[in-house]
Design a protein around this ligand. Sequence first.
Ligand code: NDP
Length: 480
Amino acid sequence: MKIQNYINGGFVNPIQNNWIDNYNPSNGEIYGQIPNSSSKDVELAYESAKKAFPSWSKMTLEHRSRILIKISELLEANLEQFAAAESKDNGKPLSLAKKIDIPRAASNFRFFGNAITQFASESHESIGQGAINYTLRQPIGVVGCISPWNLPLYLFTWKIAPAIAAGNCVVAKPSEITPMTAYLLGEICTKAGLPKGVLNIVHGLGTTTGQVIVAHPDIKAISFTGGTATGAHIARVAAPMFKKLSLELGGKNPNIIFADCDYDDMLETSVRSSFTNQGQICLCGSRIFVEASIYNRFKKDFVEKVKQLKVGHPSDASTNIGALVSKPHLEKVAEYIEIAKEENGKVLCGGEIVTVKGSENGYYLQPTVIEVPTDECRVNQEEIFGPVVTIMPFNTEEEVLEMANKVKYGLSTTLWTNDLKRTMRMSTQLQSGIVWVNTWMMRDLRTPFGGVKASGVGREGGFEALRFFTEAKNVCIKYE
Ligand code: NDP
C-alpha cells in the first residue's frame, strides 16, 4: 500500500516520486511505502497553508470549534480502523491502541475545540495614567508540527489540534517509522469539513523533510516532540531565525518508592509505568528507587509480576508486551542490556530477544529488570526508551532526591508515599516538569505538560498550548 501526502485537502504523490519502505514491526516485513518528500513537497504544503490562513484565522471560534469536535467524533467512529493501523505500524498491542492511543487522539481534538471557546486574554488598567492596555492573542500564521513514533497519532494530534484551534495553518510531519494513522487522519479532516490547506501532512525522513520544515523561513513556529539530540539540532537551526519553539524531548524518569506507600497499588502501577507500550513512553519510570526497608520485598514481588507479562503478537488479546518499533531500536535497547552487565548490573529477569511463533522476524524483547550497583552507571543515566528498568535501594529522602535529580533529563517523577509533608518537600525540589504522587500518567489536558533541563523547552497542554500557538500583542489606549 502506498501512503500519500495530504496537501491542500487532497492526497498527492511526492513530486520527485521517491518512496521509503514501511515495516511492520510484528513480523519484520515491508508492508507499504511512504513518500520521501523533498523541499518541493514541503513548499507545496507551505503555499497551501499560506493560502488557507486568511480565511481560517478569521473564521468564528464556534465554527472552528465545531470542525475540531467533528474530527474527534469521526476518530471515535473509526476507532477500530485507526487502532488496527496504529498497532500494525508501531508494534504496540492492539488493546493499548484501542484503549489509549486513538481515544486520546480524539480527546485532543475535542479538548482544544472546546478550549478555544474559553481562551481569553488579559487587560491592564493603568490607573493614574488614564490608559487601558489589553492583550491580543493572534495566530502566528503557518506553523510546523513534528512528532515521534512512540505514540504516533496521540502526539501528532496533541500539536495539530491546538495549532489549528488557535487559527494557524499547519505543515506537519509524523515519524517516517509510523506514518499510517497520520495518513488516515487526512481523510477524516476532509470529511469533517476542515477547509483545504488548514492542515497539510508531509511524509518523509526527519533529516530531509523534517529539516526543510524547520529551516523554512516562513514557517514561524515549530512544535517538536522527539529525542534530545534532534531537539538540540532543531534549536540550532531555528534560533537564528527567531522562531517560536516548543521542544518535548527525552526523559529518564525516577519512580521513587517509600515504605509508607500503599504497597499493592504501587506495585501494580510500577509494572505499568515501567513497561506500558514496551517502555517506549517518554514518561515511563525507568529508574526505580526503593526505600531500603522494603527493597527485598519489592524486588521479589516486582520481578514475579514482570515475569508474568506476556510478550506476543500485537493483535493477540492476551499480549502485554508487543514488538519494539524497529530493528535498529531493538538492537539499541538490547545493547544497553549488555552495557548493564559490563557495568556489574544484575539482570533479575528478562534480557533476551524473544521469537514469537509465526512472527519469527518481529522485534520482540523480554521486559527486563536490572539491579544496578550505583545510580551513576550508563543504564541509569541514559535514555533507553524500551522495556528495561533499573532498580536500587536508598536510605534517606536527601539521598534519593539527589539521585533523582542527578541526570541530565527532567521530564516526570513518580513519588510513592503517604507522608504529606514529604510530598510537599520533595515536589518543590524535584527537577522535573511533572510530579505524580501515588499515581502515574494520570492526565488532565488542562495542565501544563513538558520538561526541564534536557527534557525540553516550553509547555504543551491547555491554555499553555494556545499561548504557544499565538503571538501576544499589547494594545495601549490612552483615554484621558
Ligand atoms: P527523533 O528525535 O528521532 O524523531 C522525532 C521526529 O523528528 C520524527 O518525526 C523524525 O523524523 C523527526 N526528525 C529527525 N531529525 C530531524 C531533523 N533534523 N529536523 C526535523 N525533524 C527531524 O525521536 P524518535 O522518533 O526516535 O522518538 C523517540 C524520542 O522522543 C525519545 O527520546 C522520547 O523520549 C522522545 N519523546 C518525548 C516526549 C515528550 O513529550 N517529552 C514524548 C514522546 C517521545 P523520522 O522519524 O522520520 O526520522
